[in-house]
Design a protein around this ligand. Structure first.
Ligand SMILES: *Cc1c(COP(=O)(O)O)cnc(C)c1O
Length: 435
């Protein structure tokens, strides 16, 4: 059966069994734009934005959704996020530059990261960034100096590490004690950072942030960390900490495979808001502004990667490799953290197959595999396959390994397709080279 739940909302199968997204036939898209290509369904992107805004603001009006740019952003998408009323979370000068180029209101941008460079801090400060989310003692000192020399008092949040394991992959777990991210509450670093910031002349500490990891399929880590961090914050009221903003990060899960059942956005909203308000009530704390930072859960379900099948190698009794024209250069997730995906044949998307195949990429690494031992209808060279739930952490993590050009990105809606990033050319690959 077609795994509709992992495909964009507008996905359908036409009368010939072909996969259609945003009213566009995926075989036609593959023909027009070439493969590999990433197709993003605009309706899904906008609906996910609207759902986050609605689900959080309906239970807690003083909330703001910040899109986590690292999941994937470019200027065309930044415009959409702005139109949908979201703020942005950026983690580099490059992402900040995209926000700026897209005319994004920079006071709605939050800058995260465990080792922002002095240049990145200076440029974002001078550009009028809203908040810097400070991650280390080194950054506190550097930022205070930069703010001083620019004649500014910069609003900051402090990223604390609550020591809570969200039970996801070790590479995407961030809020535990053994992490490069944030000030640990357990070790006393968080306390020292708060006190340092409260005394810093050119920093205005207005809130706390944590981010546990991603994707988080359970609600309990959010409620436990929200309660813990608010209780921790309350200890510093006498020191002058007025918690005006509270940010429990992102990490909201999506379904990559048909058997996965992520919580609804309303479940995340309900558990975070009810914990926050009841803990604040108990502590007699004023309710802060709530910031949430979904990345994957907005762009992930909207994206579908299309590839063309090339070589097929059947090793009797061992494995059948079906190689496609992309791979780890455009989707590193299976190689990096054993991510799993559904795969369908674009020309017969409604058919359950009985051919057991492994979808391999074209890169010179044996680990360059997109899906292992999955069942598909019998494929031939030239067939197009579609991999859903590919919008997040695929194009954004893409590389030019083996000097393959990175794929184009197209936005589809109501039967129309719009190129929002063209395919790289060989000239692009050598653009920075000096001979
Ligand atoms: C990566 C990240 C996010 C977004 O995570 P998703 O899983 O894409 O929702 C949010 N906040 C911070 C600080 C992050 O590092």
């Amino acid at each position: 059966m077609f795994p509709k739940q992992v495909f964009p909302e507008t996905s359908e199968i036409d009368s010939n069994g072909r996969l259609v997204i945003g009213g566009c036939n995926t075989l036609d898209l593959a023909e027009e734009f070439g493969t590999p290509v990433y197709v993003i369904d605009e309706v899904t992107v906008r609906n996910r934005c609207q759902e986050f805004v609605k689900e959080f603001s309906s239970v807690y009006p003083n909330s703001k959704v910040l899109y986590a740019s690292k999941a994937y952003i470019n200027p065309a998408l930044a415009k959409i996020f702005n139109e949908e009323g979201l703020g942005l979370d950026v983690v580099s000068g490059g992402e900040f530059a995209v926000a700026k180029a897209a005319g994004f209101p920079l006071e709605e941008v939050y800058f995260h990261g465990n080792n922002k460079t002095p240049d990145e801090l200076t440029q974002s400060l001078q550009g009028g960034i809203g908040r810097i989310v400070v991650d280390s003692f080194h950054e506190l000192e550097v930022l205070n100096d930069i703010a001083l020399s620019n004649g500014k008092i910069q609003d900051i949040l402090i990223r604390v590490s609550p020591g809570i394991d969200p039970h996801t992959h070790a590479y995407t777990t961030t809020g535990i004690i053994d992490s490069k991210f944030g000030f640990s509450i357990q070790t006393g670093d968080a306390e020292n950072a708060i006190k340092w910031a409260l005394n810093a002349e050119n920093l205005e500490l207005i809130g706390l942030h944590f981010h546990l990891g991603s994707p988080i399929f359970e609600l309990e880590p959010y409620t436990a960390a929200t309660d813990l961090v608010l209780r921790f914050a309350a200890q510093f009221r006498e020191n002058g900490l007025n918690l005006r903003e509270f940010s429990p990060g992102g990490g909201f899960a999506i379904a990559y495979t048909r058997d996965q059942m992520p919580p609804d956005i309303s479940d995340y909203a309900g558990c975070i808001v009810s914990t926050m308000t009841s803990t604040c009530d108990e502590l007699g704390m004023e309710y802060p502004k709530l910031l949430i930072e979904p990345g994957r859960s907005i762009i992930g379900p909207a994206g579908v990667a299309l590839y063309k099948v090339g070589a097929i190698k059947d090793i009797p009794g061992v494995r059948k490799y079906v190689s496609v024209d992309g791979g780890m250069g455009d989707n590193i997730r299976p190689a990096l953290y054993q991510a799993e995906y559904e795969v369908v044949s674009a020309a017969q998307a409604d058919r359950d197959g009985d051919d057991k195949v492994t979808i391999a990429g074209k890169y010179c690494e044996s680990g360059d595999v997109l899906a292992t031992d999955i069942f598909l209808p019998r494929l031939s060279s030239g067939d197009v396959i579609a991999i859903p739930a590919s919008g997040a952490y695929c194009p954004s993590m893409a590389s030019n390994y083996n000097l393959n050009p990175r794929p184009p990105i197209i936005l589809v809606k109501d039967g129309a397709s719009r190129l929002i990033r063209r395919r790289e050319s060989y000239e692009d690959l050598m653009y920075c080279d000096v001979v």
